[in-house]
Design a protein around this ligand. Structure first.
Ligand code: ATP
Length: 647
């Protein structure tokens, strides 16, 4: 589990926090980045123009009552003209109403645009993540993926609804207020403007602090998501329970959670002090205007009126908000760009495995597989497969055996291109897999994995995943062949019984047989069966065996085998050790060779080795051999330590 910024204690001061590395990772707001952000807005330019128009009109209208106040005072009150007073009051109210009405339209447009952009972004991101290869998912932190899909994209929505529109409306308010002020009195207007820059000093300071806190809060959020994802999943919880790690996990969660609240408090306090300074500065401005205005009126006989001074003070008041927000926006802007950068980072990841430019789609699929001097590693420092060569002809089957971690599953992963070879070539149906159309390739390969994955839904939904248009009869046939029909029929709801989260309401054997039925519905040209190493009871084993035996006999298949009966069902056995094929052939000859296979056979099968190895390789003969040894009991043997499982 990534600890993110776990090393940074909360006790440290903010100066320590902004490490060189973080400064380096703060997004550089380049022209390209801004253009890229705006490219997402492009499809909605008409709605944007309309929003802009709404913002301009409503902002101008919202400043008008302030300007009208001057006339209300001078012409209505001081001039003692009741009709004029009533007219100005009604006009002022109407203008306010109009401005708010347009504001409603603007909010609607704003959130409509924001929602549509995030809708586009989420869909594109999901599509993009789907195209990412296996390596991305095995090496990325799940919490991080979820955070980018959810909070970061939500953040983008916030940016559009708040940041962009606030930049616009605040700028317009400022311009309109300035123009109105200068039209009243240039001396007082200039004085007002001089006060405004005083804001920049505290804003800058608060901005920096907020930016650091935001970054740390994001990392902390990723970390919390990671913990939740890992420990609150079914498998995670099972592990936690079985290792009695509840307290330890709780402590870890509590620590992250505490860090999060501390960060949140700090963030809100950073804003609080900032406001104290601002409001103090803000109260100085109007007083100065009254003073200078009064001096102008009394000492210099200026034609400035009481109404004018009142209007100027109100307009100055109207400017503080926008200036404050615009200065803060610098932080919001960087923060927004950081979010966009995080999202674009994902968009820019090039999927490792891609469809070739001119994909080959053969007319027929033979299902044949050939490995030609294949070499592979997940990580360049550790070679996993070395010079693997073998050929599996159409209609034949091959069993891959070897100690755990020898690279058996890795060999399988290379066929549907979950990973690409580093050296050599993998051929499927006579073509280099890298030239084939990816969908075509994967459609013709069916893999029953060790760790069977079922979606949380009904048995039917899980089966239809392979063939959405399968009829009830096809479902029944597939289940009958997979030896699971009895079980389904025993369920109160039959095919509509729920399988639970990841299929956990079912036993390992039942899950595997359902996944065999699912593969049967897919009807692939090449069947890969990664036999579970976990010990199932012998009835389950036998049922699975009965299900796969006819399958193997009738189609091209690769079996990663742990049980003797499966191994014997194959036409050829490949013995893999440390990523190399060290022996190949048939059971009888391999046992006699006194090599790795014999060693595996002796050590893993224990006493079984004392018995004479069977002459033939057909399952039938061996079944007899098993029976003679176990004195009538059903015997299931594993290559791994579990050895015997008796009825
Ligand atoms: P088992 O019988 O236990 O399933 P296996 O023979 O199928 O084992 P593989 O799963 O192919 O073995 O693994 C071969 C080696 O590659 C192992 O040492 C494993 O640690 C490593 N490995 C497997 N998957 C990855 C991965 N995604 N990234 C890095 N290393 C991996």
């Amino acid at each position: 589990m990534s600890m993110g910024h776990g090393g940074m204690g909360m006790g440290r001061g903010m100066r320590n926090f902004m490490s060189e590395e973080e400064k380096a990772t703060a997004p550089k707001v380049t022209k390209e980045l801004v253009l890229r952000v705006f490219s997402w807005l492009k499809p909605y330019w008409k709605q944007l123009m309309l929003t802009l128009l709404c913002i301009i009109i409503s902002t101008i209208l919202s400043i008008m009552p302030t300007v009208l106040t001057g006339q209300i005072i001078d012409q209505g009150l001081i001039g003692r003209d009741l009709n004029r007073l009533i007219f100005l009051i009604i006009l002022s109210l109407l203008v306010t109403f109009g401005s708010n009405l347009i504001g409603v339209g603007e909010s609607y447009l704003n959130s409509w645009i924001a929602q549509h952009i995030t809708f586009d972004m989420r869909n594109q991101m999901y599509r993009h993540l789907e195209s990412m290869s296996q390596r991305f998912f095995t090496s990325s932190n799940q919490g991080d993926i979820i955070t980018r899909m959810t909070s970061d994209i939500d953040g983008v929505q916030q940016i559009i609804t708040n940041t962009f529109s606030s930049i616009l409306s605040n700028s317009i308010t400022l311009i309109v207020a300035l123009v109105a002020m200068y039209r009243k009195n240039w001396v007082l207007a200039t004085l007002g403007i001089i006060i405004v820059p005083l804001f920049t000093i505290p804003t800058r300071k608060a901005g920096k602090t907020r930016w650091s806190l935001t970054k740390e809060a994001q990392a902390c959020n990723d970390e919390i998501n990671g913990i939740l994802n890992e420990t609150l999943s079914v498998s995670g919880q099972t592990l936690v329970k079985l290792f009695c790690k509840e307290e330890e996990e709780y402590q870890k969660y509590e620590a992250s959670n505490r860090r999060m609240i501390e960060l949140n408090i700090k963030e809100s306090m950073a804003g609080r002090w900032f406001r104290v300074v601002l409001s103090t500065v803000a109260s100085v401005g109007p007083m100065l205007l009254y003073l200078v205005g009064g001096i102008l009126m009394m000492k210099y006989n200026s034609d400035i009126t009481v109404g004018d001074i009142t209007v100027l003070v109100s307009l100055l008041g109207r400017m503080y908000g926008p200036v404050n927000q615009l200065l803060n926006i610098q932080v919001d802007w960087i923060r927004s760009m950081a979010m966009f950068t995080r999202i674009f980072e994902y968009f820019d990841m090039v999927p490792e495995i891609q469809n070739p430019e001119n994909p080959v789609i053969p007319d027929v699929c033979t299902g044949a597989v050939q490995f030609d001097h294949v070499g592979f590693y997940y990580d360049p420092e550790r070679e996993i497969l070395k010079d693997i060569s073998f050929e599996l002809k159409s209609g034949h089957s091959v069993a891959i055996v070897g100690p755990s971690g020898s690279g058996k599953s890795t060999i399988i992963n290379l066929i549907p291109r979950l990973y690409d070879v580093v050296k050599g070539t993998v051929f499927f149906s006579g073509q280099d897999v890298r030239d084939l159309d990816l969908t075509w390739l994967r459609r013709h390969i069916g893999i029953v994995t060790q760790d069977t994955y079922l979606f949380n839904g009904t048995i039917r939904e899980n089966l239809l995943y392979a063939k959405p248009d399968a009829t009830e009869e096809e479902l029944r046939q597939a289940c009958a062949k997979a030896n699971i029909l009895d079980f389904v029929e025993k369920q109160e709801k039959g095919f509509d019984a729920m399988v639970g989260n990841r299929g956990l309401k079912l036993s390992g054997g039942e899950k595997q047989r359902i996944s065999i039925a699912r593969i049967l519905l897919k009807d692939p040209s090449l069947l890969v069966f990664d036999e579970a190493t976990s010990a199932l009871d012998s009835i389950s084993e036998q049922k699975i065996q009965d299900a796969i035996d006819p399958l193997i006999a009738s189609r091209t298949s690769i079996l990663i085998a742990h049980r003797l009966s499966t191994i014997l069902a194959a036409d050829e056995i490949l013995v893999v050790k440390d990523g190399e094929i060290v022996e190949r052939g048939q059971h009888a000859e391999l046992v006699r060779r006194n090599g790795v296979y014999t060693e595996l056979y002796n050590t893993q099968f224990g006493k079984a080795a004392e018995l004479q190895a069977p002459e033939g390789s057909e399952a039938g003969k061996v079944a007899g051999w098993n029976a003679s040894y176990t004195e009538g009991e059903d015997l299931v043997e594993y290559w791994d330590g579990t050895a015997f499982s008796k009825m």
